[in-house]
Design a protein around this ligand. Structure first.
Ligand code: PEP
Ligand code: MN
Length: 339
């Protein structure tokens, strides 16, 4: 870390800072300029105390970090891309995965029709919430354990792998017994106890970006999973909240490129929550491929007008098949193969 000392500080005040830096375990190396002194504090910032507390001293102007706050998730720690194996379907490192299915699992008929349709169109992973995080307690909350059972039946028939959301620590074991990938939703992306519980299952985890999370916070949430022994993490950009109301959220494709630059973890894009409008999903998928996303998570429903959640953003099977067919030139142009 670098500690910048205010101009006109006395030699005693400068010595006080140097003493504090040593006490916190760093090796201080003062650089005395004509007007101002800065002290380089040498030591591993991820294992030593945070020197930002030195801002409390009146003679300290500011404290700058040199190292990133994440270690295991960083590109520096692992230059080659992580490839996540979700029950035999690979995501990342040139393997592009199409995940699709309904927002919520609603019934056997609805789920099986969707599973067959998305598989025929080229998806390899079926999405569908058995447990739904709804803004209002009066809205459909998901079928719970019955939804998990239906997802298992869909996998048994189609061979599609399953990604489904886990809402709380209480449900981790039950969801992990069914899922090939545990989805942690935007509203839970910084629920650190839930992250730790999911990490411990050893199952791949798809970590949505919280709707007001900075990229650093998102990667740090992934760091929780890695630090608790689970390297199988997929980041998912799903739009952030901005002043714009034309779309439900603002899909941040720059964050996809940035996250891939910062981290070796695969990054997928959920354009459905990302824009909240079925008419924009196809074009956003093309954008996601173009910026280097490792996969897509798309909401598909056999009859969106009758969906119990997020009907406005779900595609019908024909629109989804058209979307996947139209992606091929974009995938080819960016050197990716679908699983
Ligand atoms: C979803 O995938 O249906 C969902 C609720 O996602 P998010 O957590 O991104 O809002
Ligand atoms: Mn949804």
């Amino acid at each position: 870390m670098i500690v910048v000392i205010r101009p006109h500080s006395t030699p005693e005040q400068i010595e006080e800072v140097i003493r504090e830096i040593s006490q916190l375990g760093y090796t201080p190396s003062p650089i005395r300029g004509e007007y101002q002194t800065v002290v380089a504090a040498i030591g591993d910032e991820t294992t030593h105390a945070n020197l930002e507390s030195l801002n409390a001293l009146p003679q300290v102007e500011h404290v700058l970090r040199v190292q990133k706050r994440y270690k295991l998730a960083s590109r520096e720690s692992r230059p080659e891309p992580t490839v996540v194996d979700a029950g035999g379907v690979l995501v990342g490192g040139g393997h592009f995965a199409v995940m699709a299915g309904p927002c919520s699992v609603e019934s056997e008929e609805q789920l099986m029709a969707t599973a067959r349709a998305v598989k025929a169109a080229g998806a390899t992973i079926l999405r569908g919430g058995a447990y739904k995080p709804r803004t209002s307690p009066y809205e459909f909350q998901g079928l719970g354990p019955e939804g998990l059972r239906l997802l298992e039946a869909a996998r048994a028939e189609t061979g599609l792998r399953i990604v489904t959301e886990v809402l709380g620590e209480r449900d981790v074991d039950a969801v992990a017994a069914t899922a090939d990938i545990l989805q942690i939703g935007a509203r839970n992306a910084q629920n650190f106890q839930l992250l730790i519980a999911c990490a411990r299952t050893g199952k791949p985890v798809l970590l949505k970006r919280g709707m007001s999370m900075r990229i650093e916070e998102w990667v740090l949430a992934a760091e929780y999973l890695l630090a608790h022994g689970n390297p199988n993490v997929i980041l998912c950009e799903r739009g952030i909240r901005t002043f714009e109301t034309y779309t439900r959220n603002t899909l941040d494709l720059a964050a996809v490129a940035a996250a891939k630059q910062e981290s070796h973890l695969p990054v997928v894009v959920d354009p459905s929550q990302g824009c909240g409008r079925s008419d924009l999903v196809k074009i956003l998928c093309r954008g996601a491929v173009a910026v280097g996303a490792d996969g897509l998570l798309v909401e598909v429903h056999p009859n969106p007008a009758e969906a119990l959640s997020d009907g406005q953003q779900q595609l019908d099977p024909a629109a989804f098949a058209d979307l996947v067919a139209g992606l091929q030139p974009f995938l080819a142009a960016t050197g990716r193969a679908t699983a």
